[in-house]
Design a protein around this ligand. Structure first.
Ligand code: GRF
Length: 195
């Protein structure tokens, strides 16, 4: 079996990255995280990665709040390629990518989203679900394309919404599902990529 080299892009706490590391340590995922990149210099994901001895770097987005400038995407693609990455996993990464990053890793960028897509795409999907009065939500792992949470779906896990749920309590339960589903889907998809 060939081990998969992962690159992680995240903007926040990095709990999904930690779940991936835990799955690797437990033998459920034959992979290694080669590099972690973040658009947020203060993101906890960078600190967590460094604690595990994983190279962790900041992507300079030139002061843009939401945009992922082309030059920053080029730098990201180069850093991922230099680190020998086969599969890119977005884990709470808050910018939309188009070219040139998508072209550099065709069908090789995955994302985890905290809803049952196509329901509740975009920001704070847990809040959207509670505000809509939904009785169920969930999490989705999908391939990334140029749209907002629109790429082909690889797997989903359902999560019930209780009448007394707040956006925060739902998000906490969704995250537990993310931590189960994402490593399992990465392992499954990685076997499809192998020659
Ligand atoms: C996750 O809930 C993810 O679905 C969302 O952002 C959060 C990131 O959490 N898009 P973490 O950084 O993996 O802890």
């Amino acid at each position: 079996m060939v081990m998969t080299n992962l690159g992680i892009l995240g903007s926040g706490a990095g709990s999904n990255m930690q779940a991936i590391l835990d799955a690797i340590a437990a033998g459920g995922l034959d992979a290694r995280i080669r590099i972690v990149l973040s658009d947020n210099p203060d993101a906890l994901i960078l600190e967590r990665a460094r604690k595990h001895g994983i190279p962790a770097e900041v992507i300079d987005c030139g002061g843009h709040r939401m945009k992922f400038p082309e030059v920053a995407q080029e730098t990201t693609a180069r850093k991922l390629a230099e680190a020998g990455v086969d599969l890119v996993c977005l884990a709470g990464f808050m910018r939309l990518m188009k070219r040139p990053l998508l072209d550099a890793f065709p069908f090789r960028i995955l994302n985890i989203h905290p809803s049952l897509l196509p329901a509740f795409p975009g920001l704070e999907a847990w809040k959207q679900a509670v505000e809509a009065g939904a009785s169920e939500s969930g999490v989705t792992v999908h391939l990334v394309d140029a749209g907002m949470d629109t790429g082909p779906i690889l797997g989903q896990e359902r999560v019930a919404i209780f009448p007394d749920d707040t956006p925060e309590s739902l998000h906490a339960r969704l995250q537990l599902a993310e931590h189960r589903l994402y490593p399992a889907m990465i392992a499954k998809y990685a076997t499809r990529l192998r020659p």
